[in-house]
Design a binder for this molecule. Structure first.
Ligand code: SAM
Length: 355
């Protein structure tokens, strides 16, 4: 098993995903898990089932852990256990739920109790990269005591971006910190850059501008996490109290509605069990494969889809935006939803529909 968690939260905008998928009450959905958050949010829309997959066993372990918190713990305890509120009791809480995990996931956490003690949502490689950014870079440009003002005050954000980040020192530091090399070392697996040709730092600067200036920020959980090092006023969708209790009910009354599998997307697409899906949440997995593999995946997706099934995925650094016969891109809807993207690392949202 991999010895670390890559992502301990999902970094694709949940509200956009939910609108893009247009979830049907009796529909079946396939979802890349990553940290599980957006898969839980899909389940909240009461489809008949969601199959959550990830090729990485640590992401599976993390999703199982969160799922058991939702099923077995009360809200306050979950918030404390996951790391949103401080706690000295996380190991005690873990002991209450560990027997419900699969053997592999339990073994991972019992061998890595420091992750539990820290608060699991702060332990991903990607999250640690943001903590490093906040501690050593952001502080030079933004007073940590003024973050709430910053999130509510556009003029302050404009000054921050156009005067401080765009100053020679700002540009230099942001370029180094968000370079492919540093991000590969500290934040993202280096092999994820295999097909990326662009300069990451330049792209990220454009997207920081969009995320700070062109999109609503006061209620942005992704921005809040990056700036404050935690979710404080803006919790991820699945962790908002009413959603948490709805999920608890769904997962306890109909546990079969969420299936969690360690699997590559291709393995699932090749599975001959005759399930037809109504929608796919695919994160940006097509960036990690060449163009031919990408279109082969789309062909297979078409074969296991009901008419009008939605395929939703993102481009971060690599262009993966082909249309194949039988699948059309919903260009207008994609652009419309993308213009409100609060998780600003991506350059494009693709919403495609099986004809
Ligand atoms: C695609 S990554 C996205 C993270 C972020 N957007 C980035 O690019 O750094 C999200 C999850 O997808 C999983 N993943 C990547 N390719 C996959 C595949 N072909 N099949 C199943 N899971 C995959 C990874 O293990 C990870 O947990």
């Amino acid at each position: 098993m991999d010895h670390y968690i890559h992502y301990s939260n999902c970094w694709e905008d949940t509200q956009i995903l939910l609108k893009a998928l247009n979830i049907k009450n009796d529909g079946k959905y396939l979802s890349i898990l990553s940290a599980g958050d957006n898969t839980f949010s899909i389940l909240l829309h009461k489809p008949s089932s969601v199959v959550g997959i990830d090729l990485n066993p640590t992401q599976i372990a993390l999703t199982e852990l969160k799922k058991n918190c939702i099923q077995k713990l009360e809200y306050e305890e979950t918030i404390e256990f996951l790391g949103i509120k401080s706690s000295q009791k996380r190991i005690l809480i873990f002991n209450k739920i560990k027997d419900f995990l699969s053997n592999e996931s339990r073994e991972f956490f019992t061998n890595n109790t420091h992750l539990i003690e820290k608060g699991i949502i702060h332990t991903g490689k990607f999250e640690k990269y943001f903590h490093f950014f906040r501690k050593y870079i952001l502080k030079l440009f933004l007073n940590p005591n003024k973050i709430d003002n910053f999130m509510n005050n556009k003029q302050m954000r404009e000054e921050f971006f156009y005067k401080k980040v765009q100053s020679p020192l700002g540009k230099m530091l942001f370029k180094v910190f968000f370079s492919n090399q540093i991000m590969g070392l500290l934040g993202r697996n280096r092999k994820f850059f295999k097909y990326a040709s662009q300069n990451l730092a330049k792209e990220i600067l454009n997207r920081i501008e969009a995320g700070l200036i062109f999109v609503e920020t006061s209620n942005n959980p992704y921005l809040e996490y990056i700036l404050k090092g935690n979710f404080v006023k803006n919790l991820p969708h699945y962790l908002q109290e009413t959603n948490f209790y709805k999920l608890k009910q769904i997962l306890n009354e109909h546990p079969e509605k969420l299936q969690i599998h360690k699997s590559t997307l291709m393995e699932i697409l090749n599975n001959k069990n005759n399930i037809k899906f109504d929608g796919f949440n695919l994160s940006d997995v097509f960036e990690y494969m060449d163009k031919q593999e990408y279109t082969e995946h789309l062909q297979k997706i078409k074969q296991i889809s009901n008419p009008k099934a939605r395929i939703v995925y993102w481009n971060m650094l690599v262009d993966r935006n082909d249309q194949i016969e039988g699948i059309k891109t919903l260009e207008k809807l994609s652009n419309e939803l993308f213009s409100n993207n609060q998780s600003f690392f991506y350059k494009k949202l693709l919403i495609q529909e099986v004809i």
